[in-house]
Design a protein around this ligand. Structure first.
Ligand code: AP5
Length: 212
């Protein structure tokens, strides 16, 4: 299955990507996580991406297109993949099409801006990529990652003012992709629920219908 996950910041893309990846045995490629890792290790990519991410803006198209191209050409993706957070602009979607990769479904998770703001304030993440929520998806031991045992932290771009900028960027530049993929006949829409497991169930059902 070659899948794209779309939705506003905090809609639950990363959470669902993790579930689908484990179930289907295919890798989830999160451009956000790749960029955050590059910032952490201080690479040239990280240095150039940091100011955009901290401002809640998008990193330039050519940078992320290059990253994704490299991943999709690797052996890891030969049995399928989940793109989490890419494409995020019409230019990125067109570039993906030009790579000649067949996409089976584009799943968009719809959540209102009000609920997004509430979710972001409770998100805690781990450097291994795992994501939790103090109320909706707490780790077994407070502040510690269930998967690797490291300390959880608050993402730099989860500050309330940055979340609002990210939502504005989403509505202006990324949301038009919904129409783009609806016209391609591969859009699958799911209403994000209050509980993670309820969204997981809806996503599972919707994908079963869409990718037969
Ligand atoms: P990225 O890391 O992709 O951030 P994002 O799209 O803003 O999405 P998030 O990771 O914040 O949220 P999510 O939808 O994965 O939600 P999650 O599952 O964590 O990108 C960061 C930045 O990198 C961008 O701003 C941009 O600058 C740059 N970038 C990345 N890709 C780019 C691209 N293609 N082009 C240009 N720039 C790019 O869930 C959120 C919280 O809610 C968690 O705490 C979770 O536990 C909780 N939760 C999840 N589901 C539920 C539920 N159903 N009910 C209750 N709580 C839930």
């Amino acid at each position: 299955m070659n899948l794209i996950l779309m939705g506003a910041p905090g809609a639950g893309k990363g959470t669902q990507a993790e579930v689908i990846s484990a179930r289907e045995g295919i890798p989830a490629i999160s451009t956000g996580q790749i960029l955050r890792n590059a910032i952490k290790t201080g690479t040239q990519l990280g240095l150039s991406a940091k100011s955009y991410i901290d401002a809640g803006a998008l990193v330039p198209d050519e940078t992320v297109i290059g990253i994704v191209k490299e991943y999709l050409e690797s052996d890891d993706c030969k049995n399928g993949f989940i793109l989490d957070g890419f494409p995020r602009s019409i230019a990125q979607a067109k570039a993906l099409k030009e790579l000649g990769v067949k996409i089976d479904a584009v799943l968009t998770i719809e959540v209102s801006d009000e609920r997004i703001v509430k979710r972001m304030s409770g998100r805690r993440v781990c450097e291994c990529g795992a994501s939790y929520h103090t109320e909706f998806l707490p780790p077994v031991k407070e502040g510690i990652c269930d998967k690797c045992g490291k300390a959880l932290y608050i993402r730099n771009d989860d500050k309330p003012e940055t979340v609002l900028s990210r939502l504005t960027t989403y509505h202006k530049t990324t949301e038009p992709l919904i129409e783009f993929y609806r016209n391609e006949g591969i859009l699958v829409e799911v209403e994000g629920q209050e509980k993670v497991e309820d969204t997981t169930e809806l996503v599972k059902k919707a994908l079963k219908e869409a990718v037969k």
